[in-house]
Design a protein around this ligand. Sequence first.
Ligand code: MCN
Length: 791
Amino acid sequence: MTSTSERRQLNEEERFVRGQGRFVDDLTFTGALHVAFVRSTYARATIVKVDISQAQCSPGVVAIYQAKDIGMLNSPLPLLIPHPAIISGKTQSPLAEYEVHYVGQPIAMIVAESRYDAEDAAAWVDVEYSPLPFVIDLAKAAQKEAPRVHADMSDNIGARFTQKSGMLSTAQRLADHVTTVTVHMDRATAAPIETRAVAAEFDDRTGELTVWDTAQAPIAVRNGLAALLELDEHRVRVIAPDVGGGFGQKLLFFYPDELLVPFAAMQLKRPVKYTEDRRENFLASSQERTQIHSLTLYARKNGEILGLHDNIQHDSGAFMPYGIIVAHVSATSIAGPYRIPHLHIDCDVVYTPTMPVTPYRGCGRPHACFAIERALDQLALELSIDPVEIRKRNLIRDDEFPYRREGLVFQDGASVELDSGQYLRALDMLSNAVNFETFRAEQACYRSQGRYLGVGLACCVEGTGIGPYEGAIVRVHPISGNVFVSSGVTCQGQDHKALFTRIVAEQLSVPPRQIIVLGGDTHAFDLGGGTYASRSTVVAGNAVYLAACQVRQEIRQKAAAVFGVSVEEVILENGQVRHRNGSLTMPLAAVATLANPLRYAFNDTARIATQFAGQHHDGPALARDKTPGIESRTFFSPPRACWGFGAHAVIVEVDPGTGHVTLLRYLCIHDCGHIINHDIVRGQIIGGIAQGIGGALYESLGINKHGEVQNSTFSQFLMPQTADIPDIELMHLETPTPLNPLGVKGVGEAGCIAVSAVIASAIDDALTPLNSAPVRHSPMTAPYIYQRLKK
Ligand code: MCN
């Protein structure tokens, strides 16, 4: 555990709690212009006419851009993650010109002296539409005869793929029992506290563009901007300052505003700024989750699962900027932590005239977990096997790792191979903590009083830490001896500062306050992917670790030369480098200063270094070394994903009169390999569970049949409040992965994955005496549960 004082030095939380964050909207620019967008009010329509004459006369308006004003820049944005399964990969152009494909799609951009002026002018733009037929519903949109989202396609299927492992026909032949469930998950949104924002400034004299963006991957934004605005990469700098939550919504580069705001800054030669309002965030920032699974399990009488067939319909929204990534993750996660030898997954990725879908924390996994766990509960019920027991019979055993699902290809192109874990031990620990026997006695007692309590159980896995690579620079400064760490990942609340500080502090034995972590700035580090897919700890963390190891080795070599001892005899301790018998000691800073030819005796460090360099063994030789400081720039490329594991249990009470669900106890055991920072991991899992509870019980974007989001404010979009989240009883197992030097697996999305599944399981258990229809839908809102009861 971290002490309070160490936590203060390590963590960023105090700065945020004190309101000292610095977000894009906090930045002020002299002479800045502000942006508002004219957005489609139709889901599908042709644009007959856009009349901007009134808007042009509106006070403060500096420019109005329509598609025709931006020329080639209005081409469809790049498809960022191509895949051979894509039949027709549609991406949107920055501004709609002839047709609109979802409510909220940008049609024109107003740039004005103030946001008020821009919004007023936007209201004056008169767009004439000619409505086209469409359906919002996923299952209907998937039908051959459904109205098409894209006129040049013969149906709405944007991609179709099959993933297979083993031979399903073998399972079908051997099975004694077959269970099919169909489950549905609704559209949700990340709802970060800070909405998306972008500001840009162009220096006409140097041709340099600086962009401040709430981006999770500033390097990708930099690369995209350089290519599309035809600027040399080194002339584009993208900075992600403090970012108030991303959850996938601020990921790679595809939002029109990310391109158009910098473009306007270049055109108008004034800083330009845009911050989404909350309604725009609900309408036009990416969404996720809508999927339908028809999942069949083939099993023996004893509950052993032989095969799984899943038919997935995935709602892609109107475009697929990231290709099929969400659907792909669902398909490759569907078997969860279970030993299922024969898998066959068919998936249709379907266009609907709604906001494009891109990964939202969990990225396809909560849906997959909901489907397999619902099916497993159904199988247990049908075979009269206890839900804990059926899971025990199918969980992958310790001696079966690495467990390869031959033929199933993960998102990084490698085969799905669960590297390590102690799934059965975790389930035992969870079962003991729940104490099922005691609960069953209590449950019976409550039932006799007309109260319906239930317990649920669900397990999940998360393939984390995908490549291709991340890099890091660790540098001991030759004057101060401070250690600078830079990387290509950026932080939206995960506190990578504390993460990297801990890794470097352990290697170099320097106090945390001497470690300065830089990130979120393409001028600090400009090669790498960014923060997504729970990969920063695995990929960037190991790059930092390897760089720190190299720096440590160089420090020891230099000190050994000066001391005239062997490298093995040199140790690093409390910011000092010393001979192991304690006779010779130098501050770390002095070692870094040894080879600094510009080492003026400004401070003690330089004086000590001068003395050592002059007087000791190889000091003169070191003084001839003209490379100041000690630095390593290292990359880490994981061989494949490493898999975290979680088992969740929950005790709920359901009010049969209203369908309202109250969570009484929530328990989770999680394994993300070696834990670097317990406080952060705890925060990540609890935050993920809280987000999952929102998704399980309340949060659904109320997209009506016109394609309009009906609950686009926080007073309408229900999120869990503090009182809705019980104390989370969290336990850890640490099974290090063999796939990276730190033995770490990612954890950032883990908390949310099993929540819908476990709550559904508990609701069914609670309502058993009332013969309600089993839960097949998430979120499980009170009206939904009430209807199941009536059925
Ligand atoms: N950690 C650790 N030991 C491990 C694994 C992780 O100490 N074995 C800690 C690290 O300190 C790290 C944190 O856990 O800072 C998260 O690590 P990781 O799993 O590598 O996830 P990333 O840093 O790559 O963050 C991305 C992940 C994703 S994909 C989403 S979505 C998400 C999430 O993180 N969005 C978040 N957590 C979030 N948390 C906040 N507050 N805000 C978001 O937007």
